[in-house]
Design a protein around this ligand. Structure first.
Ligand SMILES: [Zn+2]
Length: 499
């Protein structure tokens, strides 16, 4: 077995406690010793003087379900990430019955193209174990994918036989090693699920002692009601609840963020096992169809495109959009399109595009969706800096990337989240201590997502480590240049191997 020796490290062990000086001996894929150990003669030595050695980062909310299988990609490992929790917001690459229906539903987030999909959780998990070289993969069963596999693009209440089949598939997936279950209650068709369906599925999660993660129904005007719904679901089913990418969208709603945190703290005091996560950016990113009420997507993309041909439906959609609108049009940017003809719109906001094309902003949305067959991504400036600070620093939060790929310009969180947290957020803004921030991306998510023997620097644990200069670490990924590579991270080790 190969021996690796890290000399003179400042050890951030993942627990959030102050750093301490130590040497670390790695034997094969495990940490063998931490402390005043000597370097064995046959070991490869890395001098870590002036550097922090932390557990490799765990990205507990990732949409890299398909990209983790690519041994060439480097955007996560460059940031120090060695584990990813995928299958978020209702999107997982299994269970897959009808490939085309799953692709239509999930490609806007999973960026998969034409050939992907696994019939069962076990098939996907086996493949990640065999092929995901750069990160350990923990996977949630996506409610949207589960629903599509059993009911296609039907909206609303499902027949009893379908519901029990969904329960059985979820139960089997969790038994086969899936980490939990996720919903995306702003995305069709999952958004149309009645509460009863969610309770039944969450009971399966509770029975298996797994975690339930949710992209809640609304982060804007109805944020508080949406949180209430999830807390009630956790209380009723007994499952552990993780509220995904908590934020308060829209200036008029910013005051609600404190009330949301109070609700979560209160539920916790009442015995509900609830926590939340957030990414360290003011802007969010998703698919452009999120601008529409989700009934517009009944029947999938073909249903949507047909509706967009009908002037009366366009008027209804326009009314709905304007009624729920909490942004300025200039806050919403196009970040990904499929066609060459529209590639020049990437990086422009809806106000600019509206002027450019002499169309109303809602017509821009409808026409772009038609031209791109539904596949458009956007980036929206959502949050206040003060709310972001409170959420990141809150004792119940974990820090995540929520990164995903687009044909265009991805949100900078994909390439920058972890160095952004440790550089700008900790070192420059002092919003969190470095040890506290590291805990939120190492030991805390490991405990929360039951990622065993990772997330801490302890003898016997897997040797997943990030070595960086706390005075230099920095994201170079910006909205204008999202693929800038981070600086200040010298080594990343996964399972005892330098990657
Ligand atoms: Zn989400």
């Amino acid at each position: 077995m190969s021996l690796l020796f890290l000399k003179n490290a400042q050890v951030a062990d993942g627990s959030g406690t102050p750093f301490y000086p130590a040497n670390i001996l790695i034997d094969g894929d495990k940490i063998a010793a931490v402390g005043p150990v000597d370097c064995p003669p046959e070991a490869t030595e890395i001098n870590c003087s002036g550097q922090v050695v932390s557990p490799g980062f765990i990205d507990a909310h990732s949409h890299s379900d398909l990209q983790v299988l690519d041994p060439q990609r480097t955007e996560k490992s460059r940031q120090g990430v060695t584990s990813e929790v995928v299958g978020n917001c209702g999107f997982s690459p299994y269970p897959c019955g009808d490939e085309q229906a799953l692709h239509e539903f999930a490609n806007g987030i999973l960026f998969g193209g034409a050939h992907w999909g696994w019939r069962k959780a076990a098939d996907y998990l086996l493949e990640t174990q065999a092929r995901a070289r750069l990160a350990s993969v923990a996977s949630l069963v996506g409610h949207g994918s589960l629903r599509i596999a059993h009911a296609g693009n039907a909206h609303g209440a499902l027949p009893e036989t379908t519901l029990s089949a969904m329960e059985a598939t979820l139960d089997e997936s969790l038994a086969d090693g899936a980490t939990g279950f996720s919903t995306g209650l702003m995305y069709a068709p999952g958004a149309s699920a009645p509460t009863d369906e969610l309770i039944r599925l969450c009971r399966v999660v509770a029975k298996r002692d797994k975690i339930y993660c949710t992209h809640i129904r609304d982060y804007s005007t109805h944020l508080l009601e949406a949180i209430d719904e999830q807390i009630e679901l956790a209380r009723n089913s007994g499952c552990r609840l993780q509220i995904s990418h908590l934020q308060t969208v829209g200036r008029v709603n910013w005051y609600r963020n404190d009330l949301a945190l109070e609700k979560i703290e209160q539920a916790r005091q009442n015995g509900i096992d609830v926590m939340f996560d957030c990414y360290p950016y003011l802007a969010g990113s998703t698919v452009l169809t999120q601008m529409l009420p989700q009934w517009a997507l009944e029947g999938g993309t073909s249903g949507l495109l047909e509706r967009l041909q009908d002037p009366a439906t366009r008027r209804r959609l326009t009314d709905a959009i304007l009624q729920s609108m909490v942004h300025q049009w200039s806050d919403i940017f196009i970040s990904g399109v499929q066609s060459e003809a529209n590639a020049h719109l990437v990086g422009q906001n809806l106000e600019e595009i509206s002027k450019l094309r002499s169309e109303s902003p809602t017509d821009v949305i409808f026409n772009l969706l038609v031209e791109e067959k539904g596949a458009v991504n956007m980036l929206q400036f959502n949050q206040s800096e003060e709310n972001l600070r409170r959420n990141l620093a809150h004792p119940l939060s974990i820090v995540i990337s929520d990164g995903f790929y687009v044909k265009g310009r991805p949100h900078p969180r994909l390439h920058g989240t972890f160095p952004e947290l440790l550089g700008r957020i900790c070192r420059e803004n002092h919003w969190l201590t470095l040890a506290g921030a590291l805990h939120k991306v190492t030991g805390k998510p490991a405990d929360r997502f039951q990622i065993r023997q990772r997330g801490f620097i302890r003898p016997g644990y897997f040797a997943d480590l990030a070595i960086f200069d706390a005075n230099a670490i920095q994201s170079q990924s910006t909205y204008a240049n999202p693929e800038g590579k981070p600086v200040g991270i010298s080594h990343v080790i996964r399972n005892g191997q330098l990657i």
